[in-house]
Design a protein around this ligand. Structure first.
Ligand code: HEC
Ligand code: HEC
Length: 329
């Protein structure tokens, strides 16, 4: 009997000690970590969006924690305790059926893209297994004042009326847009530019010799350009550059991509574009600017990928051309 009591009592005590050491003390210490510089409190709308995120179960498939591993570099810099100061309880998640969303506001800043994707992910990512969330939208005859109808591709649009986001969907997208990593001040791991896309770091350095083609002059790094296009541009323009009719323009046969003078092409990628009619179509979405995140060499490789793919035949360019256009503004 005494032995039993000793075992039960001993293990209870052990359990209590371990709980304090491994959970409670670190918890107290972490909750006292001040917010990192640039880490902002959510607005009322964003905070409501966070509740929608929780109730719709987004965290079952999406993490919000970037581990200090090479495999996680595509999602941003490693997460730090100060990042979570205003988002307790943290939505770290444990299942990554879809990509990590820690920095999604930076990676996919187009709200139009987000609305289409939320309504039906297949409309912009054909192979997606993410569920559709049509109950976060209403089908109405005419979009009410101040609300923009979601510009769905024809195959996904209802037969009658237009699709508008409900207040919950608007809050959810505002929350997603707020998910942006603030740069770390003394990050040894990433240097002074933690916002630089990790994808670039994960692929071979532009100057690295191409393995199989030694001796042959390689005009540009085709594999690098194709990877960067997949990571930065394909979400809207499609892996094959075909776009989404009426929503995101096709780059196959595009006049700017095939122009001999590359200035306009470079300008669009550096500074973004909105409101231009391309082959007679104007687009509700806007093309984000990539100048801040991508180096001249990366942009040159992406542009050369576009100029030499999908039947395009624009002359290729170099990092110097990009630098010249960048210097103009
Ligand atoms: C059953 C799992 C699952 C659920 C639940 C889910 N997603 Fe996803 N999500 C995915 C997958 C898989 C992808 C990658 C394919 C794609 O882009 O559609 C993805 C992609 C995304 C992306 C694009 C990420 C990127 O890096 O391009 C966003 C944004 C997103 N989901 C938001 C949400 C939101 C918001 C919710 C809740 C309303 C949600 N997801 C619920 C599986 C899921
Ligand atoms: C969030 C969606 C989105 C992403 C991501 C995106 N684009 Fe675009 N892109 C657009 C839209 C929308 C337009 C049309 C804008 C307009 O005319 O108002 C466009 C237009 C273009 C054009 C045509 C310009 C013209 O004047 O004909 C080129 C070239 C282009 N994008 C290249 C790229 C490259 C390169 C990337 C990746 C580095 C990229 N885009 C990423 C949405 C996107």
């Amino acid at each position: 009997m005494n032995k039993l009591l000793a075992i039960a009592g001993g293990s209870t005590l052990m359990y209590a000690v371990l709980s304090v050491l491994m959970a409670i003390l670190p918890g107290i210490e972490l909750s006292a970590v001040p917010p990192g510089p640039g880490v902002k409190q959510l607005t009322e709308l964003e905070a409501h969006g966070r509740e929608v995120y929780i109730s719709e179960g987004c965290a079952y498939c999406h993490t919000q924690q970037v581990r200090p591993l090479d495999a996680d570099k595509v999602f941003g810099r490693p997460s730090a305790p100060g990042d979570f100061a205003f988002s307790t309880p943290e939505l770290l998640g444990s299942e990554r059926t879809g990509p990590d969303l820690t920095n999604i506001g930076m990676r996919q800043p187009s709200d139009v893209w987000q609305y289409i994707h939320l309504y039906d992910p297949r409309a912009v990512v054909p192979q997606s297994v993410m569920p559709s969330f049509p109950w976060l939208f209403d089908v109405v005859d005419k979009a009410p004042k101040g609300v923009q109808a979601v510009p769905l591709p024809k195959a996904y649009a209802p037969a009658h009326g237009v699709v508008v986001p409900s207040p919950d969907a608007q809050a959810l997208i505002a929350y997603l847009m707020s998910l942006k990593q603030a740069p770390l001040p003394n990050s040894q791991a990433q240097g002074a530019e933690p916002a630089a896309p990790a994808v670039a770091a994960a692929t071979p350095a532009p100057g690295a010799p191409a393995p199989a083609t030694a001796g042959q002059a390689v005009a540009f790094d085709a594999a690098h350009g194709s990877n960067l296009f997949a990571a930065n541009c394909a979400a809207c323009h499609g892996a094959q550059g075909a776009g989404v009719p009426g929503v995101f323009p096709s780059l196959a046969g595009n006049a700017v991509v095939n122009a001999t003078d590359p200035t306009e092409h470079i300008t669009v990628v550096l500074h973004g574009l909105h409101g231009k009619a391309i082959s007679g179509t104007t687009y509700a979405a806007q093309m984000p600017a990539f100048g801040p995140q991508l180096s001249d060499a990366d942009i040159a490789d992406i542009i050369d990928h576009e100029r030499t793919s999908w039947g395009n035949h624009g002359p290729t360019i170099t990092a110097k051309d990009v630098a010249a256009v960048r210097a103009k503004k």
